[in-house]
Each structure stands twice: as C-alpha cells, then as structure tokens.
Write a protein that binds this ligand. Sequence first.
Ligand code: E4P
Length: 217
Amino acid sequence: MKFFVDTADTNDIRDLAESGLVDGVTTNPSLIHKSGRDFLEVVREICTITPGPVSAEVVALDHDGMMREAEILRKIADNVAVKVPLTIDGLKTCKALTDDGTMVNVTLCFSANQALLAAKAGASFISPFVGRHDDIGFDGMQLISDIRLIYDNYDFGTEILVASVRHPIHVLESAKLGADVMTAPPAVIRQLIKHPLTDKGIEGFMADWAKSGQKIG
Ligand code: E4P
C-alpha cells in the first residue's frame, strides 16, 4: 500500500520522506489555508520533495473554470494530480484531463456508486473519506470494502486512495482490505511507528549495554 501524506507542511513532508514513508502528497484548500502559504508556491515546492503524485485541488465549481485552473496546476510539474470534487462538473473535468494524460484525484467520495462513476470517468485516484463517514455514524471502512469489490469485479485501474484517515486502525483496515493508497496527516503516520514494547525493549537493551561496559568502535 502506498503512503501519501495529507498536508501542505513542507517540513513534515521532508522529514517523513527521509524515512521512505512518502509515496505522494495530498493537499486541499483547508490544508493550504492552514499552511498560510501561497497555493502555487507550496505545490511547486512539494513537487520538488517527492516524485510521487501531488494532489492540488481546483476551487472552481463549473467545468470550464475547473479546466482553466487545472491548466495552471498541471503545468507546475509532471507529478501534479489535479483534484476535483465528485460532482457532474468534476467528472467531466476528470474525463477531459485523464483523456489528455493528466493524473486526476476525484475527491469527497462518500458512496460506492460515486466511486463507480469516478472510475468510469477515468479517474487515476478515488478518495473516499472514511473519517468523515465515521463522523456521521456510518462505517467508513465498509465503503472501502465495497469499492474494492466493485473495482475488482470490473478490473478498473482507478486506485483507491483512502482519505480522511484519523487513526492507525484506519491504516490497518485499509491495508487488510487491499486499498491501493492511504493518505494521512503526518501525526497519524508517526503514530504508526510507536509501540510501548519497542520503547521498553530499547530501554532494557541500553541498560544492559551500559552494564557491560563495552563500546562499538
Ligand atoms: C484527502 O485528500 C483530504 O485532504 C483529507 O484526507 C481530508 O481529511 P479530513 O476529513 O480529516 O479533513
């Protein structure tokens, strides 16, 4: 499963990339706002940190406007994936862009039928939002399981990009269900590293090593 980082914080992206934990990056208008930086500038910088797909979202709601913005975004770098919302205009834009060889991430997916439409429109990635689904009392992971089944039934090439990941269990379940990608905030990715028994084990080894009086080198 590929790991994308869901952030516009380039320090976090750089730090995680050093551990080989960044296969791509996703941003959205809220994350750009949080970064306090210029949208195009930050996307440009992220594209230099990772060669993987970098999702940059359009903010126009009509097809012509989306195409105009996509034109600017896709010129930033070859690894830009234009992010469009799951609306009829978003799907039209998806079809036009992917027919033209541009990666597209269709976002704000909350049903398996929506995911089916995105695949038919040629999406490179579909982003089902599991955390927001859980928030309203639905089972976000069931959505991933349904989309996996449908995509496998028809051999769709669209990658399932699990989004709105809030905790390590979302990551574990995504991997078990065979999701292609998950995107999580840096804090969640760092949570995956931690285990109390790892810390306790290091502590024990260090204490015994000190008692041995030895040095390496
Ligand atoms: C994904 O592309 C989105 O940017 C993101 O995962 C949304 O997460 P949230 O529901 O925590 O805002």
